[in-house]
Every structure is written in C-alpha cells, then in structure tokens.
Design a protein around this ligand. Structure first.
Ligand code: ZN
Ligand code: ZN
Length: 329
C-alpha cells in the first residue's frame, strides 16, 4: 500500500468491490517464518525505517530474500548496494511500486492499480527518468495537499518543511500521503496515520488531491523495458475482475501478489487460482511501512512460500538459493 493505508483493517461488504487490502475470513497461519518478502517500504518513500534498518530487521526475522519496493524510487536500493558498502545479510532484489492512475477503470480503490516492478535494472536511464517525473508529480501533489490542509484549518507547513528538508538530504526520495498523515499526527490534528487518512486525506475527503502520473499500461511497459517483472499488488478483487487482470497480462503484467500479508486464506486461494489460469507468477509480501508495528510484528503474520521467490528469480534469470529450515538468528 502506501498512500494506501488500511483505513480500518477490514473491508465491509458495502465497499468490498472497491477494496484491495485486508480481506475477511480465515487468517493465514504461517507454517514457518517467511524467508521471503517481496514488498516493503523504507523512508526513501513513505515507510518509516532507513533502508539499512529495514534490511537488518528483515534479516533478524529470518528473511533471506527481500525486495525493497519504495514508491517511484530506487534510492534505497542504490544506497544499500553502493560500492564500498558492506555485504548485505540477505538477497536484496531491486524493486519499485508504481501507484498507477487507472483512468476509465471503474470501482477501484482510490482509482489506482498498484504495480510492483520486481528486479528492475538499476542502470536503466529511461526508467530512472520516468521515476523522476513520477517523484516530481508527487512533490507537486504533496504541496497542494499541505496548502489545502492549511486552508481547512490544519496548518502543518512547519512539519512538512522539516520533512522536506530531511527528504531532500537523500537524493531521489519520494513523497506520499502517509508522510503528510504523520505530520498531522505530530501536530496533534489526528490520532493516527489511519485516522488522518480516513478523515482528511483519503479519496473524497476534504484534503484529497487527485494523483497524476503513469497509467497501468504505461507502468507495466516501463517496468518491462527496465528488465523487471510487473506484478499487480494487493488486488483482492482479482478473481471477480479476471477480465481486467487478463487485459493487464495482455500488455505485459507478469505477476500477481497472491500472498499479501493482509489477505485471508480464502482470498489467497482465489488469487492463486487466477495466477495459475493467467500464467502469472505468484508474488507476496508484507507491504511493511512501519506505522504502529515493528517489522518483526508484521513478519509474524506474513507467509510467502519460497516458490514465490524461486519462480520469480528464474523468470528474471537471477540465481537464488534459499536455505530451507534456516531459523531466525
Ligand atoms: Zn506498498
Ligand atoms: Zn500499494
């Protein structure tokens, strides 16, 4: 998620058709601590942890394969893999998440489809240029939301300015609504990030400003051109909306996020079936951002089979060995 916090942790039957995150039903009981997490965020986009803190926390929880999939930026991956940096305690897969603007597709949460770009080439200049444009649009939107909040009687210019100064210190950082929500919490205008999203920042709420940027087909094509595998993130309605997923696979979608941390067992089974039918590789992850929980707490409810990583790495032409039975240090 991102810009896509769970508003209340569950999806009511009323908004079921537009939900994509938590699903109701039997929870998944992980048979063993997950060794794979293909969806995470650091504070180079709208997560809380520094990239290296995230890697350390994931490794400590027993994760051997981690995709850092910040929104519209590879900055965290670049820092972690820069020349001279110490070897990482796990296999790090470069990734991004693009919140594509799905104009003309009805009944989508926030009017968006989130596309993970797994294994993209860090040296692809055209892709980096596309991400830079996305980040520019994020900054414009961020400033417009802060202005609107001021007009509404929630002045957070001071907190936002501090955030921008911090973010500006890291090149290539991307902004999102969770960061604005945290400013609102810091200024005591909201009790939690979810509260801020629910009352002020979510679609249709007073401080909502529409997103601009790549559409789903453009995001998929850009990820493919950069050598990555595009996977449709946290789309709980994939089974009911098979035609839409099929159309996306027609333009290059290669994966479906089946093992999403907030999905119940029934949703996971439905999505696995869709992935099989449409020949999409199943992916999975925690979508960890860090509000109100440690990585270890999130990881305790995560189950991503090793096969998600081994199949993905085979498609990407990357070598991977996972030590079965390895326990957290
Ligand atoms: Zn995410
Ligand atoms: Zn997302």
């Amino acid at each position: 998620m991102s810009d896509d916090r769970r508003s209340d942790g569950t999806a009511s039957s009323r908004d079921r058709a537009t939900s994509y995150r938590a699903t109701q039903g039997k929870p998944v009981v992980p048979p063993h601590p997950s060794r794979v997490d293909l969806h995470t965020h650091s504070c180079r986009s709208d997560g809380v942890l520094e990239p290296q803190e995230l890697v350390a926390a994931a490794a400590a929880a027993g994760v051997q394969v981690l995709a850092l999939s910040d929104h519209d930026t590879l900055a965290g991956v670049r820092e972690l893999t820069a020349a001279g940096k110490p070897a990482l305690p796990l296999e790090l897969l470069p990734a991004v998440e693009i919140n594509s603007v799905a104009i003309g597709i009805p009944q989508l949460w926030e009017g968006e489809l989130h596309i993970l770009g797994l294994g993209v080439d860090l040296g692809d200049e055209a892709f980096e240029a596309a991400l830079e444009r996305q980040r520019g649009l994020r900054l414009t939107r961020f400033n417009r939301i802060v202005d609107r909040l001021g007009q509404l009687g929630y002045p957070i210019a001071k907190q936002a300015g501090e955030l921008l100064a911090r973010q500006g210190a890291a090149s290539g950082a991307a902004l999102g609504r969770p960061q604005i929500a945290r400013c609102l919490v810091a200024a005591r205008y909201a009790s939690t990030v979810d509260d801020a999203m629910r009352r002020l920042l979510g679609r249709g709420k007073p401080a909502y400003v529409p997103r601009e940027g790549l559409g789903p087909n453009e995001a998929i094509s850009a990820i493919r051109a950069a050598g990555g595998l595009p996977s449709l993130a946290h789309f709980a309605d994939a089974s009911e909306r098979r035609e839409l997923v099929k159309e996306l696979s027609g333009v290059g979608l290669g994966g479906l996020e089946v093992h999403y941390r907030h999905f119940g067992a029934e949703t996971i089974a439905d999505l696995a079936e869709v992935a099989r039918e449409l020949r999409l590789v199943a992916t999975g992850g925690s979508d960890y951002h860090g509000d109100g929980e440690t990585y270890a707490e999130a990881h305790a409810t995560l189950y991503v089979p090793d096969e998600d990583a081994t199949n993905l790495f085979a498609l990407l032409g990357r070598r991977l060995s996972i030590r079965a039975g390895a326990s957290p240090s």
